[in-house]
Design a protein around this ligand. Structure first.
Ligand SMILES: [Fe+2]
Length: 264
């Protein structure tokens, strides 16, 4: 995500051989080994849409430009008070559903938190219906639920949303396929070229193992990295449950990202 944090390690300044911890310079360091089998192949007929989306010719590498590497820059002033509160941020009246806190940290390959990352989420309502003109599922819209939120990670890479648990929904893939309960997530680093997209699932959902999209992922450990455990330590009595979901940008514990194999 953040190139300076992911690709470099901090060493004592050359002019400060005593290694004063307050005086650092950044020099290149080795990358962690990547497991190339962590991500699924692009062509997976069980997920029908992949058959037309998968590249049919050899990939061509495109260099990034300055605008993709340096922008956008996100400031806290652009984030509204209710932007990470999906229960209240659509109309100001509460949405219907099982109230949950979704929280975690955005981490780099060494487990360090990555600050200032824009985390955006979107999801179906408690009945499994998106507020989108192309969603024709018969579950009703909730007039008080928009389904979108955003926040910036704190200094330790932490983030938090208050929302309702989304319902499962059917989708036109093969016969009688259902998506497990899930929340879509986008993370932005310091440039447009660093946008990453993934999904969070919920511990204990029996539909996870039956989902054709989930099953494009070959390794069970990679799937489990997308499943948020119930976190009763963060649940609020008589108010909401909590689920913990750390997003790892690269390395052996990396989250599976839908749009990039490398996760960077
Ligand atoms: Fe979805």
């Amino acid at each position: 995500m953040n190139r300076s944090q992911a690709d470099f390690q901090v060493k004592p300044h050359l002019n400060n051989p005593a290694g004063d911890e307050t005086d650092h310079s950044v020099v290149p360091g080795p990358l962690f080994f990547r497991d190339r089998d962590w991500h699924p192949p692009a062509y997976t007929p069980g997920y029908k849409t992949s058959m037309t989306r998968a590249p049919q010719r050899a990939l061509v590498a495109l260099g990034s430009t300055l605008s993709e590497e340096t922008g956008p820059a996100f400031g806290h002033s652009m984030i509204g008070d209710l932007d990470n509160n999906l229960i209240m941020n659509f109309t100001g009246d509460p949405a219907i559903g099982e109230r949950i806190i979704m929280h975690g940290r955005v981490l780099d390959e060494t487990g360090r938190g990555v600050p200032g990352v824009l985390v955006e989420i979107w999801q179906a309502n408690a009945g499994g219906r998106y507020r989108h003109k192309k969603d024709g599922y018969l579950a009703p819209l909730d007039p008080n639920f928009g389904g979108c939120g955003r926040t910036l990670t704190g200094r330790d890479g932490s983030y938090e949303f208050l929302t309702v648990r989304p319902g499962a929904y059917p989708w036109p893939n093969h016969v009688n396929n259902w998506r497990p309960m899930h929340i879509h997530i986008s993370v932005f680093g310091s440039g447009f070229g660093q946008r990453l997209i993934t999904q969070m699932y919920f511990e204990g959902d029996p539909l996870i193992a039956k989902c054709p999209i989930v099953n494009t992922i070959g390794q069970d450990r990679a799937i489990q990295a997308l499943v948020a455990p119930l976190d009763m330590n963060r649940a609020i009595p008589m108010d909401c449950l909590a689920y913990k979901f750390d997003i790892v940008l690269r390395g052996r514990r990396q989250s599976f990202f839908e749009n990039r194999k490398e996760g960077l």
